[in-house]
Design a binder for this molecule. Structure first.
Ligand code: AMP
Ligand code: MG
Length: 400
């Protein structure tokens, strides 16, 4: 059987997603959440004919008949109950006020002179019905569908929720994620290190990529390449976390115990190896609680690429976020390679006068070379094939 392509691997991961429970949260704690309900407009928006400038409201009929001086009959402030406007008079009005019944046109304060309770209007003013008025229902109608399930709540969505009169909304629970770094060679930053040992860096990069996407309930653990310890610790974690992200130990080496340990613990294997470079050894399975379990290859470039390309879509799926295709970006320079597998090419975004945003190829010296990722914004996904990739070649772009 040929190995799955990246798109097929992503589809498999999404297909095995089991959604997290729904919880109700107050408005102030909703940012970044994924809506688990739909939201309709509480009222027309604007809910009344709304004055959009400070000034005076008049009847355009009086204006058309030649009137340019209006007696000020009162003031209509924002939030005040509507007052009537006499046919040949005016009311002072404030931005956000109800358009006074009897008037239909607002003349801004800059175009009038007020003296002794009268407003004299600049003769050049182009008065007409509904000038400087935002009419009732212009933006939306009561009952209109405004937000669908699966929407990520950012600033505009929060404003819409509040305007729909909802003090709380239902969202999917934020996943509790565990990152497990495996490897006897790994030493924490700050600890003394021997020449043959390696700094543990993956968890920091992975956690950073998760935090940038709004996932903050993240715990970490470092485990040795010891099947007994792996087994004991992972058994506990599989009973606790909504998603597990392991790095290292998924290849063909004698100390790569992660897949067999996970299988022994009842994690159902869905995927092992993808037709891609870097990150070919990727492992994915479904844990005893139905949670996604990812075994990322330990090489730092592979681990980060696989997190962005597979773990993030998996987390989005369990939180019910509607999938969105990756944004296409054109290469800003040719990339001379004929990859045998799908190829994740790190790129730096730049802007070109004729192509707009372009991706400049920044290949690494291998999947261990994370230093070369410095200055890059993410990677593009290139298909295997016989051809080089010319400048202008369009590929899906994934941000770190
Ligand atoms: P593995 O996938 O366990 O065979 O590891 C592949 C390579 O990645 C080895 O050179 C490891 O030392 C390195 N590596 C594994 N885990 C990490 C980590 N957490 N941080 C930095 N490098 C790692
Ligand atoms: Mg290892």
């Amino acid at each position: 059987m040929p190995l799955p392509t990246p798109a097929e691997a992503e589809a498999l991961i999404r297909r095995h997603a089991q959604m997290l429970p729904v919880e109700s949260r107050p408005l102030a704690a909703l940012v970044g959440g994924v809506l688990a309900q739909s939201v309709r407009a509480e009222r027309d928006q604007p809910p009344f004919d709304r004055v959009t400038m400070d000034g005076i409201a008049v009847a355009s009929e009086a204006w058309r008949s030649g009137q340019r001086r209006f007696r000020i009959a009162g003031t209509q402030a924002a939030g005040a109950r509507p007052q009537g406007c006499p046919p040949d008079g005016c009311l002072e009005v404030m931005t956000g006020a109800v358009l006074p019944p009897g008037s239909d046109c607002v003349i801004p304060v800059e175009r009038i002179t007020v003296a002794d309770g009268w407003a004299e209007v600049d003769a050049e003013f182009p008065a007409e019905p509904f000038l400087n008025v935002h009419t009732r229902g212009l933006d939306c109608r009561e009952g209109d569908m405004l937000l669908a399930r699966g929407t990520r709540l950012g600033p505009p969505e929060l404003a819409v929720l509040a305007s729909a009169g909802l003090p709380r909304a239902n969202v999917r629970a934020e996943p509790r994620i565990l990152i497990v770094a495996t490897g006897d060679e790994l030493v924490e930053p700050g600890e003394p290190i021997e020449a043959w040992q390696v700094r543990h860096s993956n968890s920091y990069a992975l956690r950073g990529a998760l935090a940038l996407r709004g996932y903050h309930r993240v715990a970490e653990e470092h485990l040795p390449d010891d099947p007994g310890v792996l087994r004991e610790r992972l058994a506990q974690h599989l009973a606790t976390y909504d998603a597990l992200v392991l790095s290292g130990g998924v290849s063909m080496g004698r100390f790569d115990h992660v897949p067999s340990t996970l299988r022994d613990l009842g994690v159902k294997e869905v995927l092992h190896r993808v037709a891609q470079r870097p990150g070919k050894p990727l492992w994915f399975g479904v844990g005893p609680l139905g949670q996604p379990v990812f075994g990322l290859p330990g090489n730092p470039v592979s681990a980060l690429v696989c997190l962005v390309r597979y773990v993030v879509p998996g987390l989005q799926a369990i939180t019910g976020l509607a999938p969105r295709p990756a944004e296409p970006v054109a290469l800003g320079a040719p990339f001379r390679a004929k990859p045998a597998l799908w190829y994740f090419l790190p790129v730096q975004l730049d802007s070109s006068p004729n192509l707009g945003t372009v991706a400049l190829p920044k290949p690494t010296r291998g999947s261990g070379d994370f230093i070369s990722l410095l200055g890059t914004d993410g990677f593009v996904e290139l298909p295997p094939g016989p051809a080089d990739f010319a400048a202008g070649y369009v590929a899906p772009f994934y941000r770190w």
